[in-house]
Write a protein that binds this ligand. Structure first.
Ligand code: MG
Ligand code: MG
Length: 268
């Protein structure tokens, strides 16, 4: 069941989303060779708790004998697509890392993500990051009342596949609210005009997960980390979007990240 939100709820959710945005901005300043993912995770957890939030991923149920998720951030490096568990292994020059963060504040969730290069990255990886981020914005453009979920999916898939990239099928974007994962599911592949109709008050976490090579994935033995089947890199970007007055309104922002990285970005 899709739960739409009132204007008041959307404003509360903006606060949760922006807490994630600020956390990612803080992390962005620290990402460099030699830094450990566990250090980034500790910074994020402290920042969120100091500001009245609760990390949303920590303790997330694993099920099927998999332990609950142990960290505040999902940090997924190189061939890891998403759900990577932060470790003590230092980042290296040329790594690409997806940092995904969720918080709960005032009863509502924020959940978004950014992929970073560590130091200098190859032109191929740089293109993968740029295309994945652009596909997210193309998906967001489709968040218009009267469109359907498939319009978002199609926009993401058609753009990224035109570069020969693989679109992960097993993991999808989602509605967001009092639960971290609500209906509808938002696949990053699909047909125009398919799926549930979009309408005012929907809040959606849109999150393309795009592989440089094959779309196929597998799980690591930790039960969480998802990696590409061919070992090639993967990128992941996620924003929280509300549909207001028929149009998409970003609740999260990359401004803090892009300021930290010294990138000027007109669009968010
Ligand atoms: Mg999400
Ligand atoms: Mg996320």
């Amino acid at each position: 069941m899709i739960i739409t939100k009132t204007r008041e709820e959307i404003e509360i959710m903006r606060e949760s989303a922006l807490m994630v945005s600020r956390t990612l901005g803080l992390i962005a300043k620290e990402i460099k060779p030699g830094v450990t993912p566990l250090y980034l995770d500790k910074l994020a957890e402290e920042y969120i708790r100091d500001n009245g939030g609760v990390p949303a991923f920590k303790g997330y149920k694993g099920g099927r004998g998999v332990p609950d998720f142990p960290a505040t951030l999902c940090i997924s490096i190189n061939a890891a697509v998403v759900h990577g568990i932060p470790t003590n292994t230092p980042l290296k020059e040329g790594d690409v890392i997806s940092v995904d963060c969720g918080v709960k504040k005032n009863g509502y969730f924020g959940d978004h993500a950014y992929s970073f290069g560590v130091g200098e990255i190859s032109p191929e990886v740089k293109q993968l990051l740029e295309v994945t981020k652009e596909s997210l914005y193309r998906g967001i453009e489709q968040c218009v009342s009267g469109n359907r979920v498939g319009d978002i999916s199609y926009a993401i898939q058609s753009y990224t596949e035109s570069f020969g990239y693989g679109v992960v099928r097993e993991l999808v974007g989602h509605g967001l609210g009092k639960k971290l994962h609500e209906d509808p599911q938002i696949p990053n592949y699909g047909k125009r005009g398919d799926g549930p109709k979009l309408r005012d008050g929907m809040v959606l976490a849109i999150e393309p997960m795009i592989n440089m090579g094959t779309k196929n994935i597998r799980y690591l033995p930790d039960g969480w980390t998802i990696v590409t089947a061919d070992g090639k890199p993967s990128a992941h970007f996620e924003h929280d979007v509300a549909i207001v007055d028929g149009k998409p309104e970003l609740l999260s922002t990359y401004q803090y990240i892009e300021d930290a990285l010294g990138i000027s970005k007109p669009k968010a």
